[in-house]
Design a binder for this molecule. Structure first.
Ligand SMILES: C[S@@+](CC[C@H](N)C(=O)[O-])C[C@H]1O[C@@H](n2cnc3c(N)ncnc32)[C@H](O)[C@@H]1O
Length: 276
């Protein structure tokens, strides 16, 4: 029998997390912070400082008292942040059982969280259920775009926002890296182009896009390489140097993003969709 896209996605993400559980143990995975096994692909707290897009969202959106839906929650890092930061309720959906197993342990202390195992496209929500915030990090490009966007629009409260953190498909160097490392991603994922992002307005939502990480990208790749070389125990002096270089790259990126052409090359985009 042929596999569906949901089967392939589930198998891939189950495997990734099972491997991490085998090597680290579930408790270490539960303790990981931002920029973890997904997020920016750096699986220790050591490099949390690269999570500039996440930090931007955390500063921008006050989640206190909000009803939140997270799509593709993975091991539950962002769901935990929302729950801790005072959200009224966080519903988090993912199609990978292994991801949700870790997320369940992580979210156990938070009574305001609900985990749902399902492809988002097939998630059965009460028709009239709406959310103040619908959030997805690194997930939308794994989903069927049209079905997902209609669902996001329908379940967003009037005045609510969908916040999506997504990798770009417009940077030729990143695309080359993707081609050279096919095992690091699923065969069905399709990062969004700037044109596709702009066209999201056809769902009746106002689209704003914020670019992140351009010349910082080689530094992130260097961090990944060093982690592998040092078997994840990078000396603190090197971490400090990388932190400094990354901070410097942030300032240079900010200046470069004043040039409109450069924005499309950013590795990560924060897409904010507002419903009137
Ligand atoms: C790149 S990971 C990101 C996970 C998490 N948001 C993070 O940043 O760590 C993509 C996640 O989307 C989930 N996923 C893929 N397709 C999905 C679908 N159709 N419905 C719900 N979740 C899906 C995967 O299981 C995986 O956990």
């Amino acid at each position: 029998m042929s596999q569906s896209v949901y089967d392939r996605e589930g198998i891939f993400h189950n495997k990734q997390v099972q491997k991490a559980v085998e090597t680290k143990g579930i408790d270490e995975l539960v303790a990981l912070g931002f920029g973890t096994i997904y997020g920016l692909g750096l699986s220790t707290h050591t490099f949390d400082f690269v999570d500039v897009p996440g930090e931007f969202v955390r500063r921008l959106i006050d989640v206190r008292g909000k009803k939140i839906l997270e799509i593709g929650c993975g091991i539950g890092v962002d769901a935990e942040y929302f729950a801790k930061a005072g959200a009224k309720q966080v519903k988090a959906v993912d199609l990978s059982e292994s991801c949700l197993e870790v997320a369940k342990k992580r979210l156990k202390p938070y009574k305001n969280t609900v985990l749902l195992l399902s492809p988002f496209e097939e998630l059965k929500l009460p028709q009239d259920e709406t959310f103040d915030l619908i959030f997805a990090r690194g997930a939308l490009h794994h989903l069927k775009l049209d079905i997902s966007m209609q669902k996001i629009r329908d379940h967003l409260k009037s005045g609510g926002k969908a916040v999506l953190i997504e990798p770009s498909s417009d940077n030729p160097f990143i695309n080359l890296y993707r081609k050279l490392t096919p095992t690091k991603r699923t065969e069905d994922e399709a990062p969004l182009s700037n044109k596709v992002i702009r066209d999201l307005s056809r769902y009746g939502l106002t689209v704003s896009v914020y670019p992140f990480i351009l010349i910082g990208l080689p530094i992130v790749l260097l961090m990944r390489g060093l982690r592998a070389c040092y078997n994840k125990r990078v000396p603190s002096s090197i971490v400090l140097l990388l932190k400094f270089l990354f901070k410097l790259s942030e300032y240079i990126d900010k200046a470069l993003f004043f040039i409109p052409f450069m924005k499309q090359w950013a590795w990560i985009k924060v897409i904010i969709l507002a419903k009137k």
